[in-house]
Design a protein around this ligand. Structure first.
Ligand code: FAQ
Length: 310
């Protein structure tokens, strides 16, 4: 370590936040840009599976809630692009990388939403997994990311609650509705478990990110917390988690669970999940359709700058 790097690590160890204009190792900056931009892309692409059901929500109230949730996700994407920009990358560049298939976004958004119950399962499980990951990020070492996460987490709590409420309503409904909820849990369980990323043994960035407090917990620690939180909730709903090996282990004080299909995970992040191509095509079309808005806004900004300079 150089003296500068040592001082930087001491600052992190003392819990002092790193701010945009502070000196930071180039690898710290790059790791943050990678994680924050992937996170932003996940929020943006993550609108698509639920956006699919806005026109078909069963009641006006459910539609208003879903609409608000999907709009919140767009807002999260924008805060996160903003946080990444403070590290010296342009938003256009990040979006270009997403649309070119170079940048990653969460594997979980590459699965289809087949029934209304999927809106419940996504809120309950996907937002549930996201919160477990994001609450510690409110204490991460980079100031703009940590502060952005505080607001995001408040909204994610509402998202998870509305998802659980959909599942609760369906499980107290007709046998067909309960079966629909069970089917959604069957399809979303493993993708939500995989969301936390590769096992600690396989995670290439974890050790350094933990040292820099870009991550506060390892992937496996967060996965375990998620499973421990969701298993009793599933029991309360009267639903069965599709894992015959899921069992409370009193010695460990945690649930044991079955093997994760890592081939499926790697296949999805390589672009071969059930909806990867569809998600990217939809984002590209939306980006192209929005070109006139960006051009109009840029022309207005130029005109205003000229007027103000005169
Ligand atoms: N999907 O060495 P690690 C949400 C990649 S927000 C795709 O362990 P790291 C809200 C990883 O990037 C959900 N790729 O990496 C919402 C790396 O590839 P690279 C997103 C994955 O960064 C709800 C490689 O594997 N949340 O859901 C995934 O230390 C509902 C090796 O992995 C965040 O982004 C994956 N699941 O740990 C929105 C939170 N996992 O870059 C709409 C912030 C790993 O070398 C509707 N991010 N990879 O090419 C993080 O905490 C971390 O980045 C992890 C991964 C934990 C995701």
């Amino acid at each position: 370590m150089t003296p500068e790097e040592r001082e930087f690590q001491q600052k992190i160890d003392a819990g002092i936040k790193v701010e945009p204009k502070d000196w930071m190792p180039e690898a710290y900056r790059k790791t943050l840009i990678r994680q924050i931009s992937q996170h932003a892309h996940s929020e943006i692409v993550g609108q698509l599976p639920e956006g699919n059901w806005i026109t078909r929500a069963p009641t006006l109230k459910r539609k208003a809630i879903l609409l608000a949730k999907v709009q919140d996700e767009a807002g999260h994407g924008l805060y996160l692009y903003g946080a990444a920009e403070t590290l010296g990358i342009r938003r256009d560049q990040m979006i270009e990388d997403l649309l070119a298939g170079k940048a990653k976004y969460s594997s979980v958004f590459n699965y289809p939403t087949l029934t209304w119950a999927d809106m419940g399962a996504i809120g309950w499980l996907v937002d549930g997994a996201a919160i477990i990951n994001q609450i510690p990020l409110c204490r991460c070492s980079y100031g703009p990311y940590a502060r952005g996460m505080i607001r995001i987490c408040k909204e994610e709590n509402f998202h998870q609650r509305q998802g659980f409420d959909i599942m609760f309503t369906l499980t107290r409904g007709t046998p067909e509705q309960k079966a629909m909820a069970q089917d959604a849990l069957n399809r979303w369980w493993w993708p939500a478990v995989m969301m936390h990323g590769p096992s600690d043994a396989e995670s290439k960035h974890s050790a350094q990110s933990l040292q820099w407090k870009i991550k506060l917990f390892s992937n496996d620690e967060l996965r375990q917390k998620f499973i421990d939180q969701i298993a009793p909730q599933a029991e309360y709903l009267g639903l069965t988690i599709p894992d015959p090996e899921l069992k409370w282990n009193p010695e460990r004080g945690h649930y044991d669970f079955g093997a994760i299909d890592w081939d499926e995970f790697h296949n999805v992040i390589r672009g071969n999940g059930p909806c990867n191509r569809d998600r990217l095509r939809t984002r590209k079309e939306a980006h192209e359709a929005g070109a006139w808005v960006r051009e109009g806004a840029a022309a207005y900004a130029r005109k205003r700058a000229i007027r103000e300079a005169a």
